[in-house]
Design a binder for this molecule. Structure first.
Ligand SMILES: [Mn+2]
Length: 357
């Protein structure tokens, strides 16, 4: 596991790093942190993804060094010459996109660094922990194990962003005292302040993005005794508001924030189906439910791509399947019976009522 990865880094010189499609804060942050760290160790590093990262992350130090794969000779050569190819934040060839297939077929030793459940079998070395809050937490452990002195401002900013975005700003059940200690180390060693990073990530919403949020909020529906919430983002809504696909990042959390809602879904219409985001409260699991629809993820945050003739059909199928995976309390559960105190109070009221007759 970790020791094997540390040895591979010490013993080799050429590295290739990739991550999942539509790289988010954890994916790009982990990639930039590991890439910069390796470069500081004097290694040769190529960072190549199958598509563009979320545009709201363009500010991250070094983001311009991450390339989008276009079959370019230099990119092919970088992979061919790589001793080690890292895959970060996804354990699934398809989720990496076409670079995934290239990495799988490359001669390089493939190393998976990830915190998702059920890794595919083709990786040579695994450094995975599904209880890790973010892939960034695992990358920190690699840096800490090799040369923590190289954790500079840029590496710290990338790691902090990875962890803050994958924990909903330190809210999720994956957050532990150990993670906060790691964060303290990252802040101190990198000499960075958390507030400006939070402002950059969360307080720079676009007006079209907020209008799209408004439309999404209007379309929230509740099912299963109001304990399941869901909403949609259609292509039409995105076009009408002038928003970008990336703007719906985090929308599903608004649905989950409704009191009484245990699990939330966001259906985002794609050209040939829908992308579904599953979220749940800590003691409710959604990963099996997502897996049933061909997706995967974490216990409380998962995703799936589903193809159905219509968006309505997709919604109906996924919502209808919910009780197979989640226990929804009946509206008036037997456990909701009046307490003895309430019962006797009610009786005094009733007595009073009969007295007045
Ligand atoms: Mn992650």
């Amino acid at each position: 596991m970790l020791d094997h990865v540390l040895a591979l880094i010490q013993d080799n010189d050429h590295f290739f790093i990739t991550t999942h499609l539509g790289a988010d804060g954890d994916a790009l942050g982990s990639q930039l942190a590991l890439g910069r760290f390796l470069e500081q160790m004097g290694k040769t590093v190529a960072m190549v993804n199958s598509d563009e990262h979320d545009y709201t992350l363009d500010w991250m130090p070094g983001a311009e060094h991450v390339e989008v794969y276009d079959g370019d000779l230099a990119q092919q050569q970088a992979l061919a010459e790589a001793d080690v190819a890292f895959v970060l934040d996804t354990n699934d060839e398809e989720r990496i996109g076409r670079v995934g297939t290239l990495v799988k077929e490359a001669t390089a030793t493939t190393v998976l660094i990830d915190h998702h459940l059920n890794p595919e079998q083709w990786f040579d070395v695994l450094f995975v922990r599904d209880t890790a809050a973010a892939t960034g937490e695992l990358v920190y452990e690699i840096i800490d194990g090799l040369d923590p002195g190289l954790l500079d401002e840029a590496v710290a900013t990338a790691l902090y962003t990875a962890i803050v975005t994958d924990t909903g700003s330190f809210r999720y059940s994956s957050v532990t005292p150990g993670l906060h200690r790691t964060i303290a180390e990252i802040l101190e060693r990198g000499g960075i302040e958390p507030a400006p990073i939070h402002e950059t990530i969360y307080d720079r919403k676009s007006m079209p993005g907020l209008r799209l949020l408004g439309r999404m909020l209007n379309r929230i529906r509740l099912r299963h005794n109001d304990q399941l919430g869901y909403s949609v983002v259609t292509q039409r809504m995105v076009e009408d508001t002038g928003a970008s696909w990336d703007d719906k990042q985090g929308f599903v959390n608004y649905v989950l924030s409704i009191e009484g809602v245990k699990a939330a879904l966001l259906f985002s219409e794609t050209d040939d189906g829908a992308k579904i985001s599953f979220r749940s409260e800590a003691d409710v699991r959604v990963d099996e439910w997502a897996r049933h629809f061909g997706g995967g993820g974490h216990r409380n945050a998962a995703g799936a791509y589903v193809k159905r003739p219509t968006l309505e059909k997709t919604i109906e199928d996924v919502v209808a399947a919910a009780p197979n995976y989640i226990e929804f309390a009946p509206r008036h559960a037997p456990g909701d019976a009046l307490s003895p105190e309430d019962q006797s109070y009610l009786e005094t009221l009733l007595d009073g009522a009969s007295d007045s007759e």
